[in-house]
Design a protein. Sequence first.
Lengths: 105, 152
Amino acid sequence: MDYVILSMILLAIGIYGLLTKRDLLKVFVSVELIATAATLNFVMLVPTLGKGLGEAFLILAFSTDTCVSGVILALLVIVHKKYGTSDIGDLVKMEESKEESEVEA
Amino acid sequence: MILEILSVGLIISACLAIFLDEAVYSVAALAGTLFLTSLLYAFSDAPFAAVFQFAVGAGTLAILFLSGEMLSETPTKTSQKNLMLITATGVLLSLPAIFLSISEIPAALSGISFGEALWNFRAVDVVLQGFVIMVVALGIAIVLHEKRKGEK
């Protein structure tokens, strides 16, 4: 089994979700999949760099991934509280109508 | 053989996480993806990575389940036919990873232990990552606090 191909497939699924899904929660799930695909590559480093160094890289990647998840979730909660929706299309429409009303005023 | 089965499950659950309409089911599928990834690490002779993946996944998913319940709007049901189609797509997508090979794995360069690697080779990274995580946690707390103050 090839980890590089597996990670490329996961990356493709994540990018597809990121580009096509309009719900912010789905976008977050897509970002998680992309991060998982990236960290999966470090398993390849385990036999190459030695078990210790490969796993050390992997764990550093995990911590970055956790930071990204935290920031995205905080933004998601704020956007949902402010606008009452997590749909990207609705958010864009709201912003456009807000800008139009400001121009008219 | 076990790695192949895990990789098929991983791709199927990733497909389900993206294509299922209900937010909670989608998050449950993501839980499956992360759990299978940690099993994959465990069977690939990377036990520390497996434990970290499991811990990080459990934390992320606990929050995601809460926010999924809180933020999800009117749920739409995924039909049985679509579910089968997504599963079949997942199986088809996982086939190249099982049957093709594009990378050559060279022999291990050294037998450094995990603790040695983390503290002797990547010590600066580890300390800096600690700072970054602390700053991010503080930043999130401040943003949420400001937001709550603005609401009052």
